[in-house]
Design a binder for this molecule. Sequence first.
Ligand code: ADP
Ligand code: GLC
Length: 476
Amino acid sequence: MKILHTAAEFFPYIKVGGLSDMLASLSKYQSKNNEVHIALPLLESIRPELKFLKTEIPCIADELRYNTDACKVLEKSKFRKVKHGKINLYFFDSPLFSRYDKIYGNTDELYSFAIFSYACYYLGIHLDVDVVHSHDWHTSLVSVINNTRYPGKPTVFTIHNLAFQGDHPFWMTSFLRTDPFHIPLESIANYEKVNYMKGALQYTQEITTVSRGYRDEILHEPQGLFLSWILNQRIDSFTGIMNGVDEKEWNPKSDKKIYKNYTLKTVEKGKRENKEALYKEFGLPVDPERPLIGMVSRLTHQKGFETFLNAFLARWNLPFFYFILGTGDKELEGRFFHESHFSNHRLFFYKGFDETLARKIEAASDFFLMPSLFEPCGLNQMYSQVYGTVPIVSRVGGLKDSVREDPDLNFSTGLVFEPGQDHSLAFALDRASTLYYNKDGLHKVRSNIMNLDWSWKNSEMEYHRIYEKAISKKLI
Ligand code: ADP
Ligand code: GLC
């Protein structure tokens, strides 16, 4: 099958969160048996890393070139091809994105992503793909254009995070009424606002999201964030498919970024060595006998750190040491810095985005904490399991689908608590402490989690089935 993905992130070139890893690992798996193409925006910061091939593809048909500002900017833009393993990447080289030093949060992103989406539509036609698979609101208009313009390709749209919908007042998007778009704005509006994501949910042949648990949650308010009504309308075309993990990329046996490699057989020693090396690198005078809880995350409301901070204070007496890597919300950064300075070596906070450090933390930690208030899938709980790090997660979305706590440790793959409930997390920390000092029990849980299969094998097959469904619907 000939597949075109369209997205704003792709590992290793553009990474803000899990979408980047998800697309890189899914497409790698798909490229074994399919022809895979991916359209991405080109930021100046990544240009030096890219080895462009000669192929350059226009972003708009000749006859439309001069009609509007949007047409003119598309005329000035082009796709430039880069080979990534068996995958073909097409970077959207455009004056719109070359002004940006980061991918999200730019003032005119509604305009830039709409233009990029048109270019993606055109690329799909040019490459004559079988299906176009778009991810999140940034390229959701690709699904709209393919189903409101002629010719159009079958589309699949994946929700990675419903919290970002690309919604805004009508006046900001009047350009969408004219060339080259001609989008009926009323049909993509939701509650008096133009809403890019609603557009995709309305028009695409198939909708997916990144876990079954999250799918079921967002069919209801308040988790549906005012889009549950349309998800219910389209329920027969709406599937939850759990993300997978690239087992070559995330593997404690071969990961070159961690201090010491290890396997299930050597996990105790391996973790101990990684822990000591981590403390040494950061000059932390912490007893390695104490259990270490790692956290790596965007610092946003979604991730539930308020709950953590309250439980942390409530369980001051527990022996844990916390190592936190993250950046984002300034107030949360401030609170972590405060605890880091004044907690007398109970917590260490490193502000930043650091892929290597993230892996070192995974390898060194005994537990990995994800207190999310909502979590469409979450990747770190699965990475943790692969690294023999026991996840402690809130019972939401993909976290509840991938972590099971059972009184019989033979069946436990982590610890689970109720989202947003300080006391529930505090009790989970009590249980984690007990587990840490039960050496046989801890080894049992580690062996359960290191033996889990998070490969893309099953999920890739599900995507394939959805693509076939989308293709057959478009033919009707
Ligand atoms: P989300 O996409 O909502 O951020 P996920 O759990 O799906 O959540 O994926 C987050 C990814 O981003 C993980 O690979 C995680 O390690 C990585 N990540 C998040 N924050 C940082 C950071 N500060 N430094 C390094 N990696 C980070
Ligand atoms: C989003 C979600 C996260 C998910 C990721 C990849 O960023 O917040 O839960 O794992 O997308 O699908």
